[in-house]
Design a protein around this ligand. Structure first.
Ligand SMILES: NC(=O)c1ccc[n+]([C@@H]2O[C@H](COP(=O)([O-])OP(=O)(O)OC[C@H]3O[C@@H](n4cnc5c(N)ncnc54)[C@H](OP(=O)(O)O)[C@@H]3O)[C@@H](O)[C@H]2O)c1
Length: 353
């Protein structure tokens, strides 16, 4: 499946063959990604892996029949690997994507794709230039409830999107010991934004389009391990909608997003686990607007959003169909992140291009 090879005849028929992937970074999330598909998917399997401290992942690799490699470079040079999946610290992502593109390997990268717009765009351009598929770990887009909100906007049920409120919080600041890469301000600028907030920004852009203005504040109120813990912002969307987002990483776990449309509101979120299988809606009764409406909750079947995103990546490889593009949302997300960082440090409103 590498660059300059012929497209497999099965792919031309729209029939997918198994993508052979290497997991790069075998920490908490790298192992979670492997668990989501290994032995379960007919579209993608992990055949190899590389991580900074191989001893920590040896048992996991043996259990999942993953061949351990000495380095990332070894994975890029391995002809028996079609794609690399990056679950590494944030600051490594864009250089690793460019290296994969140059080696002709398809690459799926965990969020955030990059920490600033220029390097993130450069990474996406490298993938396009070298004709490899680039995927990104914004797995929330595979949540059935979020997809239903998108349909409610597309078919007019929700009306015009007026405003979106979101928060994504939890005790991340306490979870990692002092000195852990997650606490470094260059790995986790603007507190919980890289760990948590970028997911909500992605969901908001999925529903309301590009963000063009940001006013943010970010503070360290609970402990001083290097990163902020209390971050919030006002957002303005190019289409005219407004929004706000908070991410507090020194409190208990919660996430919630409420979308206000001109026909009513919808809400997703769950305290006990990060994905949501419930969608609460409350619509205006136009025949009697004084009527107090009762919210209605719909439940969706639980699915693995990690498996869905990796299988979609595999499908795009088989079809040679671009996923992340230089002008797309995952790259714009990095521009929004950069604007949030700038706004919170300069105490000013930042306009995006
Ligand atoms: N989509 C989601 O919902 C979600 C959830 C959680 C995390 N993530 C993302 O997944 C990625 C990895 O996060 P994680 O929670 O899995 O982190 P983690 O547990 O700390 O794992 C990071 C991995 O990268 C390796 N690594 C390579 N070079 C490193 C370096 N210079 N410093 C530190 N580690 C290095 C580590 O190696 P050793 O430990 O072997 O030394 C480890 O295997 C991040 O991009 C994160 O945002 C996404």
């Amino acid at each position: 499946m590498a660059r300059n090879t012929c497209v497999h005849p099965m792919a031309l028929l729209g029939i997918q063959n198994m993508i052979r992937a290497a997991i790069i970074g075998m920490g908490v999330w790298g192992q979670n990604l492997v668990n989501s598909v290994q032995g379960l998917s007919k579209d993608i399997q992990f055949v190899a892996g590389a991580t900074r401290t191989p001893a920590k992942a040896a048992e996991f690799a043996a259990k999942h029949n993953i061949r351990m490699l000495d380095s990332y470079e070894a994975a890029l040079a391995d002809a028996a690997i079609d794609a690399v999946v990056l679950a590494t610290p944030h600051s490594m992502h864009t250089d690793q994507i460019v290296a994969a593109a140059k080696a002709g390997k398809h690459v799926f990268c965990e969020k955030p794709l990059g920490l600033d717009h220029a390097s993130t765009k450069r990474a996406a351009e490298a993938a396009a230039q070298h004709n490899v598929i680039l995927g990104v770990g914004y797995n929330w887009r595979y949540q059935p409830a979020l997809q239903e909100i998108r349909r409610m906007i597309d078919d007019g049920r929700l009306g015009k999107v007026l405003h979106i409120e979101g928060n994504f919080c939890g005790p991340s600041a306490y979870r990692f010991p002092k000195g852990h890469w997650r606490h470094a301000s260059d790995e986790s600028p603007a507190g919980g934004m890289t760990g948590r907030g970028v997911h909500v920004i992605d969901a908001m852009m999925y529903l309301a389009g590009p963000i063009d203005r940001v006013t943010a504040q970010s503070k360290r109120l609970a402990q001083d391990f290097g990163s902020d813990d209390t971050t919030s912002m006002l957002l303005h969307f190019a289409g005219g909608s407004t929004g706000y987002l908070g991410t507090i990483i020194a409190t208990a776990e919660t996430w919630r997003m409420q979308v206000f449309g001109s026909n009513g509101w919808v809400e997703v979120g769950d305290v006990s686990h990060l994905h949501t299988w419930n969608l609460t809606t409350c619509m205006i009764d136009r025949s009697n607007v004084t009527n107090k409406q009762k919210p209605v909750t719909t439940s969706f079947p639980e699915t693995s959003t990690e498996r869905a995103e990796l299988e979609h990546f595999a499908l795009c490889i088989s079809k040679q169909q671009p996923l992340v593009t230089p002008e797309g949302d995952a790259v714009r997300n990095a521009a929004v992140l950069e604007a949030i960082i700038r706004s919170s440090t300069t105490h000013s409103t930042v306009q995006l291009g």
